[in-house]
Design a protein around this ligand. Structure first.
Ligand code: ADP
Length: 458
């Protein structure tokens, strides 16, 4: 039960008590008629009347005392005019004295918005003889201050006349407390919201910091991976070259010319490996610095692809390198030298990661806006969990590292080159079945197919 419910209960009890007192007093105030015309009967009636008048006064005094004790307004309206009002009522309405209010109607004090409702409340009590429920209204005091009040009205009888008793309680303090409570709740809600926002910002900042730390850790890992791979990849051919030179220096007189040539060829291929490694490193650093020059122009890809196939086929006699290409291809925006570089990376990987005797196929698909080149092998394939990293710098599938040389830059460079020419690169692979590396290049727009021949063969 709330404070307001308690107060409503109190007001109701008070009204009932006062009403009962009045009714009792008034029923006593009708003395019985004397039975006989005797003197004793007359004097008995006078005595009885006096006693009853005493009782009525006492009851009215009680009523008044009770009304004076009540902290709100208690007023009695007879014919729409206040016939009595307690001191607290005068204070509530801002009057200097109770007398100042006598003869006025409480409806005069109702705020214009509530005046109709109050008049109706009083009219119903008067006509139906039933008490009205408590109603919250706004009243305007004599000093024009607007106050919130809670008003009840009950039927009453005043000095033998039908009347309406009005009880009103000032709710200003309660309303102020409620408003303060609402405001404090609102402030608390805003504070909670702000705190949540701040926590959100803090969380975002923490996430950002974590991401930055992860990036820094990843860069560190990459650096150490790069250092160990690069130094290993540099040392292996260097050691081999030094070994071959030492052999030649020490045993040149004891071995025939053919053997000496074989040693020199081995040294040459190791030097080529070194050269390739160094140019990969150089390309990678240029790509990262945005300094790798790529100049895509309208290019016939057919001779470029055929040349790449022929070159690798000569270097890898252990594999069948097949060009499964159409008779003609539309022009594409490409840098011929860079396409060669990409093809050489993809083809040498296809050979490197496939067993001897298998086939590597180069094919091309023509789409309205692009030409897509595929390099398909029948090799080891790449497990799906490794695929997302395959184009990362220095990434090499661990199981194949022992078997093959390389630093894990070929695919990263190829990706950089293809993207610089406006294309995309991707891979599909199944372990044990082989891989298909594909890259796209933009078709040259606004050029007729016949123009191909003008550009081909350079
Ligand atoms: P590298 O060949 O020097 O290791 P790449 O960047 O060319 O570097 O290739 C990265 C890794 O991707 C290789 O080490 C290998 O694990 C994997 N990979 C590339 N091509 C193939 C392929 N055709 N088949 C299977 N694995 C491949």
């Amino acid at each position: 039960m709330t404070d307001s419910d308690l107060n409503r209960g109190k007001i109701k009890i008070l009204l009932q008590q006062m009403n009962r007192m009045r009714q009792r007093a008034q029923s006593h105030s009708r003395p019985a008629e004397p039975q006989g015309d005797t003197l004793s009967a007359k004097s008995q009636a006078v005595v009885e009347r006096k006693r009853l008048e005493e009782a009525l006064r006492a009851s009215e005094d009680n009523c008044c005392r009770l009304a004076e004790l009540f902290p709100g307004l208690i007023g009695v309206q007879v014919k729409d005019r206040l016939a009595s009002v307690n001191a607290a009522g005068a204070k509530l309405l801002g009057a200097a004295s109770q007398e100042q209010l006598i003869g006025r109607s409480v409806t005069d004090f109702a705020h214009p918005d509530c005046r109709e409702a109050l008049a109706e409340q009083i009219r119903q009590v008067r006509e139906q003889g039933a008490e009205s429920p408590l109603v919250e209204e706004k009243w305007v005091r004599l000093d024009e201050a607007v106050i919130d009040v809670e008003v009840a009205a009950v039927p009453f009888s005043y000095q033998g006349q039908p009347a309406v008793q009005i009880v009103a309680r000032d709710l200003t303090l309660r309303k102020q407390a409620e408003a303060a409570l609402r405001e404090s709740r609102e402030r608390h809600r805003r504070f909670v919201e702000l705190s949540l926002d701040l926590i959100g910002v803090e969380t975002a900042r923490t996430t950002e910091l974590r991401a930055a730390r992860r990036r820094a850790e990843e860069a560190d890992r990459l650096k150490s991976r790069m250092l160990s791979t690069v130094s290993h990849e540099l040392r292996t051919p260097l050691t081999s070259i030094r070994g071959q030179i030492t052999t030649l220096l020490d045993y040149a007189e004891h071995i025939d010319l053919e053997q000496q040539l074989e040693i020199l060829r081995l040294a040459d291929s190791e030097a080529a490996r070194l050269d390739e490694l160094l140019s990969h490193l150089l390309d990678m650093s240029r790509l990262e610095a945005g300094m790798l020059r790529v100049e895509p122009v309208a290019t016939d890809l057919l001779p470029v692809l055929q040349e790449a196939v022929t070159l690798i086929a000569a270097q890898a006699p252990s594999h069948a390198i097949v060009a499964d290409l159409p008779a003609t291809l539309p022009l594409a925006q490409a840098d011929r030298r860079r396409v060669m570089q990409v093809m050489s990376n993809l083809l040498s990987n296809a050979v490197k990661f496939s067993p001897p005797g298998t086939t590597v196929t180069v094919s091309a698909d023509v789409y309205p806006a692009t030409i897509v080149i595929h390099v398909r092998d029948q090799g080891l394939g790449i497990a799906s969990e490794n695929l997302p990293f395959i184009f990362d710098r220095f990434y090499r599938v661990e199981e194949y590292q022992v078997r093959t040389s390389g630093v894990g830059l070929g695919l990263a460079i190829s990706k950089g080159l293809v993207e610089a020419m406006g294309g995309q690169i991707g891979v599909e692979s199944r372990v044990g079945q082989g891989s298909v590396f594909s890259f796209s290049l933009q078709r040259t727009q606004g050029v007729k197919d016949g123009d191909i021949y003008a550009h081909s063969g350079h």
